[in-house]
Design a protein. Structure first.
Length: 213
């Protein structure tokens, strides 16, 4: 099999999404760390891989690919292993819809505005703007309410099996559930909480737990 390398820090949610895809597919890969805090993602060597300086980047033999959603679909379609996209056209559409909701409406309020400041507070002892955090909570809750409303009864975000939608949301909820705001929001979302309890126990999620902050 051609060599597979994934460039990006293990603590970034987008990088973990791709790691989850690779592990679920049974693909061996090398994780190449990128120190975004020191600006490695904006140095010439990385910009040759990703002209916008954003992680992750997948390199499969001589093929280089960036943008998380594109990489996730490529991993599912290029490698053998369990399918990570439904066969039903409507379920595929729902999966893509949820991924788009996460990227367009969930990542900002949940990760950038809540998780990020809480992480800086916890690990760097930095002062945070609590008012700004609380302002983001209704937006985060609204987004997750919408996602919960789109879920069926199969135990996954779409249908009765794991899909790319689950693997996009899982790294975000893994962080969000550790914040005071996340605990309060998820307590109001029983179906999504049950989903997370099941997903959190998957071997791929355990294996990809970030080791760096």
């Amino acid at each position: 099999m051609a060599k597979v390398t994934l460039h990006g820090p293990d603590y970034r949610t987008q990088v973990r999404t791709i790691r989850l895809c690779l592990v679920e597919k049974g693909v061996e890969y090398e994780l190449v760390p990128v120190d975004v805090f020191r600006g490695e993602n904006h140095k010439p060597a990385f910009l040759k891989l990703q002209p916008f300086g954003v992680v992750p980047v997948l390199v499969h033999d001589a093929f280089t690919l960036y943008e998380t959603s594109a990489i996730a679909r490529y991993v599912d379609e290029a490698f053998k292993g369990p399918k990570l996209q439904p066969s039903d056209k409507k379920e595929v559409a729902r999966m893509n819809q949820i991924v788009s909701i996460i990227e367009a409406h969930g990542y900002g309020p949940i990760v950038t505005e809540i998780v990020g400041p809480r992480a800086k507070q916890a690990f760097l002892r930095q002062q945070v703007d609590n008012a700004a955090i609380q302002k983001a909570v209704p937006h985060a809750q609204y987004c997750l309410n919408v996602i919960e409303g789109l879920m069926g009864d199969g135990g996954f975000l779409v249908g009765g099996s794991l899909s790319l939608a689950d693997l996009h949301l899982a790294p975000i909820i893994a962080y969000f559930a550790q914040t005071p705001e996340g605990k309060r929001v998820l307590a109001k979302l029983p179906k999504l909480t049950g989903w997370w309890e099941g997903i959190a126990a998957r071997p791929s999620v355990v294996e990809t737990e970030p080791h760096t902050v």
